[in-house]
Design a protein around this ligand. Structure first.
Ligand SMILES: Cc1cc2nc3c(=O)[nH]c(=O)nc-3n(C[C@H](O)[C@H](O)[C@H](O)COP(=O)(O)OP(=O)(O)OC[C@H]3O[C@@H](n4cnc5c(N)ncnc54)[C@H](O)[C@@H]3O)c2cc1C
Length: 454
């Protein structure tokens, strides 16, 4: 069994290295699912890309269960998030088809449904109430008898209080997704079959060429004398020069210097413990579908992969413990067994904890970054704060960021504009308070717009 900090997902790629000075159209900081998917969309739009990360795929993306769950992830008072989740889920099949073709392998995308179960009467009521909200938003949630649920998944406990079927919640394997993105990014050339690899709204764009992967830490943003973003500085003295810079460092945004003065969008780490298990050799698969639910009010999920492994997650902790929590692991195993008793017979392969980069409203920061006077910093896009939904949101996030950089439009430009309004990275800025001695505000013009909170 491996523990909290396993080896990075990828061995250094042949293109890796820390050259003194690399140039590309776009520098992407962070090689989690968000940075890599964005780099891939940019390559497909004919841009040369450099991706900077000391350990690609080692952040939250390494821990993620990979549930693509726009329905069962619905929470009260998060209405603004639902359109992002459903839009990205709808983009997944085409995103995966193009990626798998370029990568030459599969990424573990499975369109199998999800069952959501409760254990006691309060769980049943909570799930039934949530179902009303989900249905009001046009989502499909079908109540099952326990007999029908157990006919679908015989490993379910006979002592459940309720079961619901959600046909539109699927899964992908995030580690295979990261590996596929790295393979597609660095492939010598992209296949361009009609109707698949050519991004919608961007006819004629072909291939920006293989991306370069720099295994290094970005320490800060480079800015020109006029204030434009011109790439990043690297720890150890190197630099990447680029016309555009996309910041996708997950929870690491606050560690970068050179960002616009007083722009500190609030980001906090919410740790999650998660387990990888496997059915014993020679035993049939435990589950076909993702099973999630409430166990005396506490959420837990089991995500079965085709290779016989089952991912069991996840806790949600806002404490200082960065490695796995013993109490968290205990509760996961206890609650997973309440839904599926056969969990007790699984082999435990891995215990892992990672921080989800969380924003105050659980909505990511995706968009152009402004200076204090309200003007967009030329050449700068941020894409972070994906909290519990980064794997689900990756196709939409990548496409929108790539459109901000390379132009072009998606099939529904009005919807894209709404998504970007929702994810405004300056939405938590607060108005600048006048300081003694400040000049009176001008009668017209943008003027100083914000002094942000942390
Ligand atoms: C236990 C757990 C379960 C989850 N399950 C799901 C799920 O089922 N479905 C779902 O949609 N989401 C899930 N998530 C959330 C999902 O994992 C995240 O939202 C997503 O991985 C965020 O991706 P990212 O690329 O923004 O960040 P990360 O994956 O954290 O990647 C950021 C990368 O940036 C790099 N970096 C940081 N600073 C720098 C720097 N200065 N220079 C260079 N590189 C830098 C890091 O090394 C890292 O590789 C889960 C998360 C956890 C923790």
């Amino acid at each position: 069994m491996t523990s909290a900090h396993p080896a990075p997902t990828t061995a250094p790629h042949p293109l890796a290295g820390q050259p003194e000075h690399v140039r590309a159209d776009v520098a992407v900081v962070g090689a989690g699912v968000i940075g890599l998917a964005t780099a891939w969309e940019l390559r497909r739009r004919g841009r040369s890309v450099v991706v900077v990360d000391p350990e690609p795929g080692s952040g939250a993306s390494r821990a993620a269960a990979g549930m693509l769950a726009p329905v069962s992830e619905v929470q009260y008072q998060q209405e603004a998030l639902y359109p992002l989740m459903t839009a990205s889920a709808a983009e997944y099949p085409a995103f995966v088809a193009a990626l798998e073709q370029a990568a030459g392998g599969t990424v573990g995308h499975r369109a199998t449904e999800t069952l959501v179960c409760g254990v006691d009467a309060a769980d049943r009521q909570a799930l039934a109430d949530l179902r009303e909200l989900q249905r009001r938003h046009g989502m499909t949630v079908e109540q099952l008898t326990l007999r029908d649920a157990r006919a679908l998944e015989p490993a379910l406990s006979p002592r459940l209080s309720a079961a619901f079927r959600i046909p539109d919640d699927h899964q992908v394997d995030p580690r295979r997704l990261v590996a596929g993105l790295l393979a597609a990014l660095t492939a010598p050339e992209l296949p361009v079959p009609p109707g698949i690899a050519e991004p919608p709204g961007f006819p004629g764009a072909r291939d920006g060429g293989p991306a370069r992967l720099v295994h290094g830490l970005a320490t800060g943003l480079r800015r020109s004398a006029e204030g434009a973003a011109t790439g990043v500085r690297l720890a150890g003295g190197g630099m990447v020069s680029a016309t555009w810079t996309v910041l996708a460092p997950g929870a690491g945004l606050d560690d970068l210097d050179g960002l616009p003065e007083d722009w500190h969008p609030p980001l906090r780490p919410v740790h999650g413990d998660i387990l990888r298990t496997r059915v014993p050799a020679g035993t049939p698969a435990l589950l076909e579908r993702t099973v999630r639910g409430l166990v005396h009010g506490t959420p837990v999920y089991l995500v079965p992969r085709t290779d016989g492994t089952v991912v069991i997650g996840a806790t949600s902790r806002e404490d200082d413990l960065t490695g796995p929590s013993a109490g968290g692991v205990f509760r996961l195993l206890r609650d997973a067994q309440a839904l599926v008793p056969g969990v007790a017979d699984l082999e435990l392969l891995e215990v892992l904890a990672r921080a989800r980069p969380a924003t105050p409203d659980d909505i990511p920061y995706l968009g152009r970054v402004h200076d204090l006077d309200g003007t967009p910093v030329p050449g700068l896009v941020v894409s972070t704060g994906y909290f519990r939904h980064g794997v689900l949101l990756a196709p939409l996030a990548a496409r929108l960021a790539a459109q901000l950089v390379a132009g072009g439009a998606g099939p529904d430009p009005a919807a894209d504009a709404e998504h970007l309004a929702t994810t405004d990275p300056h939405r938590f800025d607060r108005p600048v308070e006048a300081r003694p001695g400040d000049p009176a505000p001008a009668a017209a013009g943008p003027g100083p717009r914000s002094r942000s909170t942390r």
